[in-house]
Design a protein around this ligand. Structure first.
Ligand code: GTP
Length: 347
């Protein structure tokens, strides 16, 4: 079975980090989220992927190539313009001739596929939408279902008292190839706003099943950070690179800590990181590979992507530094999101 990974959005809400990076390639715990997702799906038995991409698609292609290194086959469906979440599916039609999975590749979750596939087979619909339950559904599209699980309608951003359920679209679908007949070609089409409502209206059989477990989209800086803190707090079983050297502290290979360095859990430090004397890292800090942290730096609630440099005495809180960011000495960074021009990423 093939999985189509939707990775062609512009990621505007995560700018400037996504100015030269597709959002699903943003690292989570020092590895591109797309890599975590592909690895998880391979463990679930999926070994063929189509990546639907547009914005900075080269970053994805150069990183994953044909997927061999990950033990999977990866093909690409590149869009001449962002074709939307259904337009991207239509654009990949020639690569999808059987039942297939679709993932919004910016959603952080590690779903179990077997129960969803079994549900889809039993109900025989044209589409099964994985649903997730949220405490406050008022900023999402909420589903109304009948007793069999059939979706009757979507209600966008309902007031709390009007929400028929707390179940929302989790951004994971099982689709039959007949869906293609309902998606117009060569234009932008949204699956949420256009295709699913049309399939429901035409009674084509759209079902929803709750996929339990951790679920969060990483589309804004606050959510992107929160995914990290949840990973560090082990709220979901994301694989962490490195060794846990004390409870809540993971460090990679070749890490050099100066004298008097304090690591306040939870903290993740990548490979070949140097930390200067008296620095305080954490709580809630993720330091990418090959970073250099100067003496007396304080870094909490912050994420540094690979090869970043923070010079002596600077203080970071609630900040995200993109690849190779250099922060001068003695500066304070609060709620800062910094990105600098990039070279191409290699796996
Ligand atoms: P914002 O610009 O911040 O809204 O982000 P986005 O448009 O990149 O993401 P959004 O949350 O709207 O989309 C959900 C998922 O669908 C993400 O993984 C996107 O990469 C993907 N996506 C959105 N639009 C397109 C598109 O036109 N083509 C493709 N291939 N994927 C898309």
């Amino acid at each position: 079975m093939k999985a189509l990974l939707l990775a062609g959005g512009l990621g505007t809400r995560l700018r400037p980090l996504t100015e030269n990076l597709p959002k699903p390639m943003a690292p989570i715990a020092n590895r591109p989220w797309l890599e975590h997702l592909i690895t998880h799906l391979r463990e679930q038995g999926v070994d063929q992927f189509v990546i639907a991409a547009h914005h900075c698609s080269d970053v994805i292609r150069r990183y994953f190539g044909d997927g061999r290194r990950w033990g999977v086959k990866i093909e690409y469906a590149l869009e001449p313009f962002p074709m939307g979440t259904a337009g991207a599916i239509k654009n990949a039609e020639r690569l999808l001739d059987e039942r297939f999975l679709v993932f919004n590749a910016d959603i952080v979750h590690l779903p179990q596929l077997i129960p969803l596939l079994e549900f889809h087979r039993q109900h025989g619909g044209i589409a099964t939408i994985a649903l997730t339950e949220v405490d406050d559904p008022s900023s999402y599209g909420v589903v109304e279902q009948d007793d069999t699980g059939r979706i009757l309608r979507f209600i966008e951003k309902p007031r709390p008292e009007e929400a028929p359920s707390n179940r929302i679209n989790a951004g994971l679908y099982i689709l039959e190839p007949e869906v293609m007949r309902y998606i117009p070609a060569q234009r932008e089409v949204s699956i949420e706003r256009e295709t699913f409502p049309r399939l429901i209206q035409e009674n084509a059989g759209v079902y929803g099943m709750v996929s339990s477990g951790y679920w969060r989209d990483m589309g804004t800086p606050a959510r992107y950070r929160q995914v990290h803190w949840d990973a560090l707090d082990r709220r979901f079983p994301l694989s962490m690179q490195g060794r846990q050297v004390q409870p809540g502290v993971w460090t990679g290979e070749g890490v050099e800590l100066g004298s008097g360095v304090l690591l306040v859990p939870p903290v993740l430090i990548g490979n070949n990181v140097k930390v200067g004397d008296q620095a305080v890292i954490g709580p809630y800090a993720v330091i990418g590979d090959n970073c250099y942290i100067g003496a007396r730096v304080h870094c909490s609630n912050s994420i540094l992507w690979d090869r970043s440099v923070v010079r002596d005495g600077s203080r970071l809180s609630n900040s995200i530094f993109g690849y190779r960011t250099v922060a001068p000495a003695g500066e304070e960074f609060k709620n800062s999101i910094i990105n600098q021009p990039q070279e191409v990423m290699q796996a």
